[in-house]
Design a binder for this molecule. Structure first.
Ligand code: GLC
Length: 607
């Protein structure tokens, strides 16, 4: 037989074996129901659960940060169900392709387990895919709340989902739907605002944007409403503090966002570090199980926060027992996964954690993995990788910036700029600092000043937009402004995240006041742009400026600020928080009696 005929026969035989492997168009005879993509999801869940050992079940409930994985083979050995990248935790080379390679490698390891259950990989993509260099950074939620535009929130979430999917990641720990009642909290900017009405509207929009109409869509990623329940209501705004409210008040203020997110189909919810009337949420069976899962019918899974279960007791066994029995389904360990796995195995074996609680948790996790289509498409769809940071995506973020700006003052209608200025002097330490305009949760956990990713600062945007006939000069401290037609000073906060941003003093920093006064002393008209994660106390500068814009944390697309300054688009933003006159007024919220803010909730001028 000649060699070509022999080769043809081999190829036919190989094709036959591939067919058996399920690549043909004929109907498949899958060995197991759970592997059949056409089978009912609940049947797939039950079938897979019935095949799992206790070890495999506990592995699915275990989430590990990539930086703590001692050897990648542990993913296979311990049947780990989820990996995360905490703030700033990424591959050595922070490039989209490196992220995709890293995530796909972890996925390979998971698919080498006996039952080949794919990983779900989580990350805080809370204002764009903010860990990844070159990704578009959107305004933080406090600014998105000021847009009052749920369609735009949905669009921003969709773009974020595309960029996240481009790195192979299939789960964001967002939206944060904290109803923020006290601006001393370092996470004020992560919530949409101070009212349940605004929050419930934006929560649904964000979930729909991230998850799309079908979780199986290659661009869709799992959303995670957080942090359940009452994270934004702690006394004094203390991060991870104590929310002291009656159940009626807790439900009225903090629950509507979750009802809205659940109705929008959110597939995961993260528990809050905080406490309710002295009891840690992570150990609160009434809220996590009776209210969230039974009363509200949430059928996704509850994930703990970073190491949060460790706060439940001095005894780690008690921590695990309380958290799992309360209704935590997946534990963001995130470090000593071997200890967690061994302890939970012991607790089940000794009957301190019932097997039906384990089965419920694992079913919830598997249900979401099936809905995401992870069993059929576990790896990065590289066609989205190239979309990260695209001009189309940046255009969406620029629109978000425009609509998030709130014009608080405009005496003498100094804004919009006429375009016939011969010289504009720009000043302030946040004018040419991409890191400050992005804020926390950007490239690193805390964020940082400086140029750490791709974007346009406000100064660069003004230079790009100004007519050629207009000279743009700059000084960080306000010097050399004399003779200009107008001064624009960009001041405010430096980046921070979580508890590191807790503060009892929200007044404008002295060096910013000096900059404002230095420009004011020249007698030219003065526009102040405030870059901050929350309202600040303005008494030191309010009378000094002719116009004032709250720009929040606008992200990488600084052009959106120039668009409004030059009048290409009018300011339309409306405050998502009541603006306090002084620290003594905080907390101050819409329904307070008396209610006497500097600027009321919903305030915003236009041209
Ligand atoms: C953090 C935050 C939470 C975040 C998680 C993972 O501590 O509380 O919002 O999703 O850890 O980074």
């Amino acid at each position: 037989m000649n060699k070509f005929i022999k080769l043809a026969i081999i190829l036919l035989l190989m094709h036959g074996s591939c067919t058996k492997m399920g690549t043909s168009t004929q109907t498949q005879n899958y060995d197991a129901v759970y592997l059949n993509p056409d089978a009912d999801i609940e049947e797939r869940v039950e079938d897979l659960l019935s095949r799992m050992s206790l070890k495999e079940k506990i592995g699915q409930m275990t989430q590990v940060d990539r930086g703590f994985i001692q050897q990648h083979s542990d993913i296979t050995t311990f049947c780990i169900g989820s990996v995360l990248s905490g703030g700033g935790s990424g591959p050595p080379e922070n490039r989209a392709i490196s992220w995709a390679d890293m995530v796909d490698d972890f996925q390979q390891r998971a698919l080498m387990t006996r039952l080949k259950i794919p990983l779900i990989y989580g990350i805080d993509a809370v204002h764009g895919h903010n860990n990844v260099y070159g990704a578009v950074i959107f305004p933080h939620n406090i600014g998105m709340g000021c847009t009052r535009n749920p369609d735009l929130v949905r669009q921003a979430a969709r773009v974020t989902a595309e960029e996240v999917a481009g790195t192979g990641i299939n789960w964001t720990f967002g939206p944060c739907i904290a109803v923020v009642r006290d601006e001393r909290w370092g996470r004020t900017y992560e919530g949409f605002g101070e009212t349940p009405e605004l929050t419930e509207k934006m929560a649904a929009a964000a979930v729909e944007g991230f998850q799309g109409s079908d979780l199986k869509d290659p661009v869709s990623i799992l959303a995670c409403a957080k942090h359940f329940l009452g994270d934004g209501g702690t006394t004094g705004g203390h991060d991870q503090g104590n929310t002291e409210l009656s159940e009626a008040e807790l439900r009225a203020i903090h629950l509507p966002g979750y009802i809205s997110a659940i109705n929008a189909g959110v597939g995961s919810i993260m528990a809050s570090y905080s406490s309710w009337n002295g009891e840690k949420i992570h150990g609160n069976h009434y809220l996590l199980t009776n209210v969230l899962k039974q009363e509200l019918g949430f059928e996704g899974f509850v994930v703990s926060d970073w190491g949060a279960i460790n706060q439940l007791s001095a005894d780690y066994e008690v921590c695990v027992e309380k958290a799992i029995n309360a209704g935590i389904d997946m534990v963001m360990v995130p470090d000593d996964y071997k200890r967690f796995i061994n302890v939970l195995d012991t607790l089940v074996t000794r009957g301190r954690v019932p097997i039906n609680r384990i089965n419920d948790a694992v079913k919830r996790i598997l249900r979401i993995k099936f809905r995401l289509g992870l069993f059929e498409s576990p790896f990065t769809n590289r066609s989205y990788t190239m979309q990260i940071g695209s001009s189309e995506h940046r255009a969406v973020a620029r629109e978000c910036v425009r609509q998030s700006l709130v014009l608080l003052k405009n005496n003498g209608k100094v804004l919009p700029l006429s375009g016939s200025e011969s010289r504009i002097h720009v000043s302030g330490r946040n004018a040419d600092d991409l890191g400050s305009q992005c804020g926390g949760w950007t490239i690193s956990w805390q964020g940082s000043r400086g140029s750490h990713t791709i974007g346009t600062t406000i100064l660069q945007a003004i230079k790009q937009r100004a007519p050629a006939s207009t000279k743009i000069t700059y000084s960080a401290d306000g010097s050399n402004a004399s003779g200009s037609d107008i001064g624009i000073v960009v001041i405010g906060e430096s980046p921070y995240a979580e508890g590191k941003g807790d503060s009892n003093d929200l007044s404008i920093e002295e060096q910013d006041v000096d900059t404002v006064k230095r420009i004011k002393s020249t007698g030219i008209p003065l526009v102040v742009i405030l870059i901050s994660g929350r309202p600040m106390i303005l008494d030191s500068i309010l009378d000094e400026c002719d116009a004032l814009i709250a720009a929040w944390l606008p992200g990488t697309e600084g052009q959106g600020v120039a668009d409004v300054l030059f009048g290409d688009f009018p300011p339309t933003g409306r405050l998502s928080h009541s603006w306090p006159r002084s620290m003594n007024q905080i907390p101050i919220n819409l329904e307070d009696i008396p209610y006497d803010p500097l600027f009321p909730y919903g305030f915003g001028l236009t041209y």
